[in-house]
Ligand binder design. Structure first.
Ligand code: G4P
Length: 529
């Protein structure tokens, strides 16, 4: 093991870094907020840059097209900018709900999250799912309730919804004064001021003291007394913001505003800087790795394969955990125990790629590779450590994949293996049958797999139905029991792409029965890479 040496210069760089992702149900305003952040950070100078309109509303067939033009999504997947002397890394999460596994993985590479909720819809299904993962990882979460310029739910209902459905306590920082046509601004509970709503108010903000006299200008008597009542309710019924609880992921500060009108966005960005954590220690299988350490370490959380179809190359995204990246340095790839010289690492700023000379913990670097690199792999300067950051989630939909031309079986296995390393698909080889089952989290992925097999590997595959509807990775400390289980259930067992054993079945009832029968066997929904 290398001696652990801390680096004071690194410490300064680390403390000014904030790495976060915006997550939301589609259409809540994630792209709009991303654009406003980049405008505030002076990275772009006009809206419409991140997601051109023609690419926004993707029908199924458009999506295939977008997949083909993956150059676009790669350029927008990691954005970096400076604001108030801080270095911000903003990680994009795929907008389409069918690609949620990608989003889950992005969450392993960030230190905090901004959750965006459409005020007119309140908490939606996708947000619930994403939040579950964020909670699992105890990521600090800031919440922004968007679209207050539209008719929205009552803010108390939204706060209630967040606490009940997302299972996190709310600490409202500001409250909306009206909504839709009568939206007048937000009231800051902590400094007793009103920020007056103005459309597209990026620059100058107008703050007023929150007094009865002031409110009289805009509201009826009964509306004013309702505000006072509701404010009292919020002050007595909800948490006061507490940074420690926020950092433990127990409480989320809540802001209201309108991204489209640039109202409330700058305030949120400032709070991300002052409240969200800088890159922290991360667990490896052998020890905790501190961000201030001198030697480089990082893990792969995303792979974008076949950027150039002729070379079967890929861009590997590494989240730096410790040390620093310098141009031309040698990376030790822990799983294959090989060394690789990194001549060029890239970062991505809203549509453009740049070669970088240095990068620090919290930063994401992209490296070109044609080698055997998988999601979850660790890179160091020689130390044998493995980060245990990336979980694999059980797929939710299954099909049997077969070939139009059976000579291509080996090629199919290779194609599926590469797509699985990129995290696009899971595939399973049953113990006693020769067919292959593919499993995905979103149904649309089935189409993407066939399309990519065709375009990138010249494999023409088809699907057949299967009644498999759930799988679990199995393990047990009791080896004899595991062998007995394997013998007795071999027609329900398969190998995954890493040759680990999974149990598959057709419904939860059958799973429960088998779990009751083999109590010392662990049936896991999540596999750690
Ligand atoms: P997403 O990335 O989360 O999917 O959402 P996106 O930012 O694309 O926003 C979805 C729609 O909501 C867009 O309208 C956007 O303009 C609108 N929107 C975002 N923030 C606000 C807001 O604060 N107020 C109002 N009224 N609308 C907001 P669209 O019509 O779907 O697209 P576009 O033609 O306006 O670009």
């Amino acid at each position: 093991m290398k001696k652990i040496i801390l680096d004071q210069k690194n410490k300064i760089k680390v403390k000014t870094r904030r790495t976060f992702a915006i997550i939301s149900h589609p259409d809540s305003g994630k792209t709009t907020i991303t654009e406003k952040f980049l405008l505030i950070g002076n990275v772009i100078h006009e809206a419409g840059f991140i997601k051109p309109k023609r690419l926004k509303k993707h029908t199924r067939s458009d999506w295939m097209d977008i997949e083909k033009k993956r150059g676009i999504s790669i350029n927008t997947s990691v954005m970096q900018f400076s604001y108030l002397k801080h270095h911000i890394n903003l990680l994009d999460t795929p907008g389409h709900e069918d690609f949620s596994e990608d989003t889950y993985r992005v969450l392993t590479a960030v230190d905090s999250c901004l959750i965006v909720i459409d005020g007119s819809k309140s908490v939606e299904s996708r947000t619930k799912k994403l939040m579950k993962v964020a909670r699992m990882k105890e990521i600090p979460i800031i919440t922004f309730i968007n679209k207050m310029d539209r008719d929205t739910h009552d803010f108390l209902t939204i706060l209630d919804d967040i606490e009940k459905k997302l299972k996190i306590f709310c600490a409202p920082i500001n409250l909306p004064l009206g909504c839709g046509k009568s939206f007048k601004g937000t009231y800051n509970i902590y400094n007793n001021t009103i920020s007056l709503y103005k459309k597209n108010s990026l620059k100058k903000k107008i703050f007023k003291k929150f007094t009865y006299l002031f409110l009289k200008k805009y509201f009826q008597k009964n509306e004013i007394s309702k505000f006072f009542e509701e404010i009292d309710l919020v002050k007595s019924g909800y948490n006061i913001f507490n940074k420690k609880k926020f950092l433990r992921g127990e409480v989320t500060p809540v802001f209201f505003g309108s991204a489209l009108n640039n109202f409330g966005i700058q305030e949120v960005l400032k709070k991300i800087i002052s409240w969200a954590p800088y890159p922290k220690n991360r667990n490896s299988l052998t020890r905790k790795v501190c961000a201030f350490e001198k030697f480089f370490s990082g893990f792969v959380f995303k792979i974008q394969a076949n950027m150039n179809l002729r070379h079967h190359d890929k861009i590997v995204f590494i989240r730096i955990v410790s040390g620093k990246y310098q141009i031309g340095m040698r990376f030790f790839h822990v799983r294959t125990k090989t060394t690789k010289v990194i001549k060029h690492a890239m970062n991505f700023i809203a549509g453009e790629r740049f070669f970088i000379k240095k990068a620090y913990p919290g930063d994401i670097i992209g490296i070109h590779s044609t080698q055997d690199i998988k999601i979850g792999d660790t890179f160091t300067e020689g130390e044998l450590i493995n980060f245990i950051e990336i979980p694999k989630f059980t797929p939710e939909f299954f099909k049997i994949i077969y070939l139009k031309n059976s000579f291509q079986h080996k090629k199919l296995l290779r194609g599926l293996k590469q797509l699985s390393e990129e995290g696009v698909v899971n595939f399973f080889k049953p113990f006693i049958n020769s067919y292959l089952i593919v499993g995905v989290i979103g149904k649309l992925q089935f189409d993407v797999i066939l399309e990519r097999l065709k375009n990138e590997y010249h494999i023409f595959a088809k699907y057949k139905k299967t009644n498999v509807s759930l799988i679990r990775w199995i393990s047990s400390a009791n080896k004899n029991l595991l062998e007995k289980f394997k013998k007795e259930n071999n027609s329900f067992l398969a190998y995954d792409s890493d040759n680990e054993i999974i149990f598959f079945t057709t419904n939860v009832f059958k799973l429960n029965l088998i779990q009751d029968k083999y109590k010392d066997i662990c049936f896991s929904e999540i596999k750690k890479f």
